[in-house]
Design a protein around this ligand. Structure first.
Ligand code: FES
Length: 368
């Protein structure tokens, strides 16, 4: 490694710094990932190439630092990326021990380098394509593959989508979460706000992650999301929560980048269950989708339950199957949602003042 042409910065006693294989130190204004393996120190920038993760707080994998946010790897002494990604490198610093002190060069001796990656398709700016109102229905019901059963919430969702398509001339798609292979949120936001990225870190690293279907529909394709859920123990289904946890990255763009991905879109809900808790379930849904930027039509949900005392699961499916009132309610919900979306889409140019009021989330109104 070339000798630095600039000054050295004393970062501490060698005996003390050798006790931990990896730590974060500062050398002047620079954050340094200082490692020590077999008595040999290495010093590279402590700021990851990806989205700035703290490399000095990660861990070692042989001679490579592993970023604690999304596990990118960089050589602990040269800063080069792992094999195959060598050009994706963080700056390295000269380091030496003199008089029992560890000295790090005040300036890096190699530069940061980025491998150019094609941007993920989801990363494109959301721009509404011309065309009819588009309605995406999301069914969050789980059932055994190959052995379908009647789902009351999904059945009403299908009624709503059929009405939107046939009577309201909307384009529609039905997304059944159970058909998608996607993992649970891995809690990047809990590591640091900026560690939760858009597109989601999981989707960005795994081309097979089918949460991309939901992201594409919610952020890019749909004007209306119709979300259908059964009630499970007084709450929405586990698949619903698995999906919404993964949608944190949409809201988080408002917090970390002042970037609102959801504009002029409508969400509405269909909730069914054997026991009552409809208002609590829809309350969570209104709160969550409201924070993403969705707006709601008047009377934004339809629901059915056979309540606590009168629960009767033997009759529940038959009641829904036979209820023209519920089907009419689902059709009317689709009508209100499409009408609201139509107003939002067609008023986008004329009413920009009102719409730009929504450019920043209210709950986290502070700057990034
Ligand atoms: S891997 Fe380091 S910030 Fe993402």
């Amino acid at each position: 490694m070339p000798e630095p042409s600039t000054d050295w910065v004393d970062v501490g006693a060698a005996a003390e710094l050798a006790r931990e294989p990896l730590r974060e130190v500062t050398a002047g204004a620079a954050r340094i990932a200082l490692s020590c393996v077999g008595g040999e120190f290495g010093a590279v920038s402590g700021v990851c190439n990806h989205v700035g993760g703290p490399l000095g707080q990660g861990q070692l994998d042989g001679e490579f630092l592993v970023c604690p946010w999304h596990q990118y790897k960089f050589h602990r002494r040269t800063g080069a990326g792992e094999p195959g990604y060598e050009a994706d490198r963080v700056p390295s610093y000269a380091v030496k021990v003199e008089g029992g002190r560890v000295l790090v060069s005040a300036k890096p001796v190699t530069k940061r380098g980025h491998l150019t990656h094609a941007p993920h398709p989801l990363a494109r700016e959301p721009v509404r394509a011309a065309g009819p109102i588009r309605v995406a229905g999301i069914s969050t019901t789980m059932m055994q593959p190959g052995f379908p059963r009647y789902s009351t919430s999904e059945a009403l969702l299908e009624v709503a989508l059929t009405h939107a398509r046939e009577a309201l001339a909307a384009e529609t798609q039905l997304i059944r979460l159970r058909d998608l292979a996607f993992g649970a949120c891995e809690g990047y936001y809990s590591r640091a706000a900026r560690a939760c990225t858009w597109p989601c870190s999981i989707t960005a690293r795994d081309a097979a992650d089918q949460m991309a279907v939901v992201y594409e529909a919610a952020v890019h394709w749909a004007d209306v999301l119709l979300v259908a859920t059964p009630i499970r123990w007084g709450a929405a289904s586990s698949l619903y929560y698995k999906m919404t946890e993964r949608m944190n990255c949409i809201q988080n763009q408002i917090t970390t980048a002042n970037r609102v991905l959801i504009r002029r879109k409508v969400a509405a809900f269909i909730i069914t269950g054997g026991q009552d808790n409809v208002q609590a379930v829809v309350g969570q849904q209104l709160g969550f989708f409201g924070e993403l930027g969705f707006v709601f039509p008047p009377f934004p949900f339809v629901a059915h339950s056979l309540g606590w005392d009168a629960e009767d699961m033997e009759r529940n499916v038959a009641v829904v199957r036979g209820s023209e009132t519920l089907r009419e309610g689902a059709r009317a919900l689709a009508g209100r949602a499409v009408e609201a979306a139509t107003q939002l889409v067609t008023s986008a140019g004329a009413d920009t003042a009102r719409l730009t009021l929504g450019s920043r989330g209210g709950r986290k109104a502070h700057g990034p």
